[in-house]
Ligand binder design. Structure first.
Ligand code: BT5
Length: 309
C-alpha cells in the first residue's frame, strides 16, 4: 500500500487510530493491510463530504464532540470563516432556540449544525433564510419517508403535531450590509426519551419511523438540499420556494394566535407570501401581514370571539 500511495506506514497507522477513535471498526492483517468492518454513525467529515454535491454549503466542515452552541461557535469566528462553513456537534451544552430559549441537545442521537452564509442582500431579507432552511428540511424529511412533515411558520418542522426540528437564523449586520447569517439547525434524529417538558411536544425521526436512522445520511441530505434552495433563493428570492412551503404549511386555514411584543392577535392563517410573511385574516375580515412573532394554534382554546388581547 505504501508503494502505491506514497504514504508512510506511520502516517497510515496514525489515520487508522484517528478513525478508530471516531468509532470506525478497522481490522489489521499482517502483510494484507487494513479492512473496514464498521462505519461510524457520527456525522464526521469523512461520512459527509464525499457525498456532498454542493456549491457553497459544506465547503469547509468541522465536527466537534461537544460545544456550547454551534451557532455561537460560528459567530465567534465569522471573520475567519468562509461562506458555506458548516459546524456540526455531537452535543451542545448551551443549545439555543429563539428568544433565549433552550434547545435540548444530548449526545449520540441528534444533529446540531450551523451553516455560515454571506448573502449580498439587504438585512431585511435575511429572515427569509429561515424559510429557505425550512424548505430544505421538509424536502430532506420527505425523502426519508416522513411525508407528513410540515412547516410551522416561521421556523419549526412539525410531524403530526410534534416538533421534529427547529431553525435558528442569526445575523451579523450593519444598517444596510449583511456580514453573515448563521443558520442553526437542530434535528431530533434517534432520540426516544425526551425530558418531561418536551414529551408531549417533541418527536424524532426514529420515533416516527420505528427504526434508528443514520445521522450522516440525514445530514448529507439536509446540506445538499440547503445548498440547492439557497441557490434558488439567490436567483429569484422566495418566488420558487413559497409555493412548496405553502403546500406543506401546518398553519394554513387554522385558527391562530400571534403573540407580538405589545399585543396578541387572533385570526385565521392564510398563506405565506413571497416576502416570507404570514397573512392572517382577522375576525373583522381584513388581512394583516405578519413578519415575525410567536404563533400558536388555537384548536383547543376557549376564548371570546372578536377580541384581540
Ligand atoms: C428553535 O427555537 O426551534 C430553534 C432551534 C435551533 C437549534 C439549533 S441546534 C444547532 C444550532 N445551535 C444552537 O445553539 N441552536 C441551533 P424555538 O422556536 O425558540 O424553540 C425552542 C423551544 O422548542 C423550547 O422552548 C422547547 O419548548 C422546544 N425544544 C427544546 N429542545 C427541543 C428539542 N430537542 N426538540 C423539540 N423541541 C425542543
Amino acid at each position: 500500500m505504501m508503494k502505491r500511495t506514497g504514504v508512510s506506514r506511520m502516517a497510515i497507522s496514525k489515520q487508522v487510530r484517528r478513525l478508530r477513535d471516531l468509532g470506525y471498526g478497522i481490522e489489521a492483517s499482517p502483510r494484507l493491510g487494513y479492512r473496514l468492518t464498521r462505519r461510524t454513525h457520527l456525522p464526521v467529515a469523512d461520512e459527509i463530504l464525499p457525498a456532498l454535491k454542493t456549491r457553497i454549503v459544506g465547503r469547509s466542515y468541522t465536527y466537534l464532540d461537544s460545544t456550547d452552541s454551534t451557532n455561537s461557535f460560528v459567530r465567534d469566528r465569522i471573520n475567519d470563516l468562509a461562506e458555506g462553513t458548516t459546524v456540526v456537534a455531537d452535543s451542545q451544552t448551551a443549545g439555543r432556540g429563539r428568544l433565549q430559549r433552550q434547545w435540548f441537545s444530548p449526545p449520540g442521537v441528534n444533529l446540531y449544525m450551523s451553516i455560515l452564509l454571506k448573502p449580498a442582500v439587504p438585512p431585511m431579507l435575511a429572515p427569509q433564510l429561515s424559510l429557505v432552511a425550512g424548505a430544505a428540511l421538509l424536502k430532506a424529511f420527505h425523502a426519508h419517508g416522513l411525508d407528513d412533515a410540515v412547516l410551522k411558520w416561521p421556523n419549526d418542522i412539525v410531524y403530526k403535531g410534534r416538533k421534529l426540528a427547529g431553525v435558528l437564523c442569526e445575523m451579523e449586520a450593519e444598517t444596510d450590509v449583511i456580514h453573515a447569517v448563521i443558520i442553526g439547525i437542530g434535528v431530533n434524529v434517534n432520540i426516544v426519551g425526551f425530558p418531561s417538558e418536551l414529551k408531549k411536544i417533541a418527536t424524532s425521526i426514529r420515533r416516527e419511523l420505528g427504526n434508528p436512522v443514520s445521522r450522516p445520511a440525514i445530514a448529507r441530505e439536509i446540506l445538499n438540499r440547503l445548498d440547492h434552495e439557497y441557490a434558488l433563493w439567490q436567483d429569484s428570492g422566495l418566488r420558487n420556494i413559497v409555493p412548496f412551503i405553502n403546500g406543506h404549511s401546518q398553519l394554513s386555514g387554522q385558527q391562530i394566535k400571534v403573540v407580538l411584543p405589545r399585543t396578541t392577535l387572533h385570526g385565521t392563517a392564510q398563506h405565506i407570501n413571497e416576502s416570507g410573511h404570514l397573512l392572517m385574516r382577522k375576525e373583522d375580515g381584513s388581512d394583516i401581514e405578519i413578519s415575525s412573532g410567536e404563533v400558536c394554534l388555537c384548536r383547543n382554546e376557549n376564548r371570546t370571539p372578536g377580541r384581540n388581547e
